[in-house]
Design a protein around this ligand. Structure first.
Ligand SMILES: *Cc1c(COP(=O)(O)O)cnc(C)c1O
Length: 219
């Protein structure tokens, strides 16, 4: 089942688009099954679960993405192991990651999460905030800015989803023009189980897919 889903999705993904399999709430065995189907990149959104899975699966050659809200007192559960922290959503967190990176002599790869959905509650930066951070990018010696992440409005209205994705794609292009010195700033992580095919139309470089691979989550 998991294997078939991964193969089906991979067949439709352009080769340059990375599939991150979102394994949150699913057991270790599900990840092993996905691994057997060739999947290497996995995403988790809770620090404790992230760290536990990293430990339990360290016999496999995996690439871990952190995609959830990260409190600054949980950095040590995530930063030593994350290939990419996709969900940096506040100045406070960014500063804490910089401090941790400096103290541990490590450069942390991050995406800045842009608030694009209609929901008030969704986390993420406003456009002006992202731009202001990147103007000061040099200050963050232990952070590598790799691009943007966003979640479209939670809706069945394709037009609204397209509007959200167009906005983040345009903004990434604007930032790339404004900051040509940020050579690594190229990722656009948009698209989940319900909207990843739409996201491809807007230049997604990473899609984050959980339910369509592993089935419904039992919370
Ligand atoms: C859970 C989650 C996903 C995956 O959602 P699905 O709808 O199950 O594909 C993607 N991105 C983030 C940030 C998530 O928290």
């Amino acid at each position: 089942m998991i294997k078939e889903q991964i193969i089906a999705i991979k067949q439709e993904l352009p080769p340059e688009v990375k599939l991150v399999a979102v394994s949150k709430f699913h057991p270790e065995e599900a990840i092993r099954e996905a691994y057997a189907a060739g999947q290497r990149a996995f995403g988790e959104n809770r620090p404790q679960e992230f760290a536990a899975k990293v430990e339990a699966l360290k016999d496999l050659d995996l690439e871990w993405h952190f995609i959830g809200h990260l409190q600054t007192n949980k950095l040590k559960l995530v930063l030593p192991y994350a290939h990419l922290v996709q969900s940096v959503d506040s100045q406070h967190l960014l500063d804490a990651i910089q401090d941790w990176g400096k103290a541990n002599d490590k450069v942390i790869r991050v995406l800045l999460e842009l608030h694009i959905g209609a929901e008030e509650t969704k986390q993420g930066f406003k456009e002006e905030e992202v731009r202001d951070i990147l103007f000061r990018a040099e200050k963050y010696k232990n952070i590598r800015f790799c691009g943007l992440m966003g979640m479209a409005s939670h809706t069945d209205c394709e037009e609204d989803i397209r509007a959200d994705f167009a906005r983040i794609a345009d903004f990434r292009a604007y930032l790339q023009d404004l900051f040509p010195e940020l050579a690594d700033f190229k990722e656009l992580s948009i698209g989940m189980s319900g909207d990843w095919k739409i996201a491809l139309d807007y230049g997604a470089t990473i899609v984050r897919i959980g339910t369509a691979i592993f089935g419904e989550r039992q919370y």
